[in-house]
Ligand binder design. Structure first.
Ligand code: 3PG
Length: 306
């Protein structure tokens, strides 16, 4: 079996070693395509591989079609909005993710962004503290739960809205449950977004919700830029000079922020949420093990396509 790791943004070397150890122990061949610059490199690298490990790399129908031998693609991470699932299904390719493996790293970045904002960008002026401030965790999945644990340490007042998680499972974390997004956004000065990007969530965070946030509102997005309705975001920025937005990767309208709203935003230049050695190691190890297990036993536990 030939396993390709194709990462436009490379994993830490210690994490690649994990994949090598697991695949070689199974008698598989490992090939690497790291830091590639053009999709043509990916298209030729997939030609003869049986398994593929990616990060946010786009696995389009073209990639799937070129990968004639491909049986499984694993997104080493949580969000699989970068994988064309119908194309995988049409070509009998199993698609999987590795949920939870990089969740703590993403949660820690959410706090790095919050602290950066609370301390006014570290330029010498007095800022504010997170203690006793309200935080709304929008979606209580793996990352949301880590955010709650960290927020507890900071002494924050914690709320969440997630219709897919039982109230008792939220309360275990000492988090208050909101029954609507309106309630969450009205109560919380800090909102941290943790939902996937799909047909239901894309552009779902817009003006009507954001306008509910209290004074000195801070919106933190370590999820996906696509869940933001950028027109609505720009409208609230125009209306409310007290509104702030910090995100892991820039919105499409980043140039406008640069031009008009200096000091009220921060955008990472590359997606940084999962960029820790630990997150890379956990996600890599899970991806490699899932591939070996799939070929040896047929285990499809983390399959995400139908
Ligand atoms: C994820 O969905 O797991 C995160 O967004 C991490 O993405 P990355 O592996 O491309 O950094």
């Amino acid at each position: 079996m030939k396993v390709l790791v194709a990462t436009e943004k490379a994993f830490a070397p210690v994490a690649v070693n994990q994949i090598r150890t697991v695949t070689e122990a199974a008698g598989f061949e490992l090939v690497m395509l790291e830091n590639y610059k053009d999709v043509s490199e990916l298209l030729s690298a997939v030609a003869d591989v049986d398994a593929l490990i990616v990060r946010s790399d786009l696995v389009t129908s073209e990639v799937i079609e070129k990968a004639k031998e491909l049986k499984i693609v694993v997104r080493a991470g949580a969000g699989y909005d970068n994988i064309d699932l119908p194309a995988c299904t049409a070509h009998n390719v199993v698609a999987m993710n590795t949920p939870g493996q990089n969740a703590n790293a993403v949660a820690e970045l959410a706090f790095a962004l919050m602290l950066y904002q609370a301390r006014g960008g570290f330029v010498g002026k007095s800022g504010t503290e997170l203690r006793r401030k309200s935080i709304g965790i929008h979606a209580f999945g793996n990352v949301g739960k880590h955010v709650a644990e960290i927020a507890k340490g900071f002494g924050m007042d914690i709320y969440t809205f997630d219709p897919f998680v039982m109230e008792k499972d939220i309360k275990k974390y000492g988090v208050k449950v909101c029954n609507t997004t309106d309630e969450l956004y009205s109560k919380c000065q800090y909102i941290s977004l943790h939902m996937p990007a799909n047909d239901k969530t894309k552009k779902s965070i817009g003006y009507q919700l954001l306008r509910k946030m209290p004074k000195d509102a801070v919106l933190i997005n370590t999820a996906r830029k696509e869940i933001i309705d950028e027109e609505g975001l720009l409208k609230i920025f125009e209306e409310r000079p007290d509104f702030h937005y910090l995100a892991d990767v820039a919105p499409d309208c980043a140039a406008l922020f640069e031009e008009k709203y200096k000091g009220r935003f921060l955008f990472t230049s590359k997606k940084m949420g999962a960029q820790t050695e630990e997150a890379n190691m956990y996600a890599c190890l899970a991806a490699a093990r899932q591939i070996v297990d799939y070929f040896k036993t047929g285990n499809e536990k983390y399959k995400v396509n139908k």
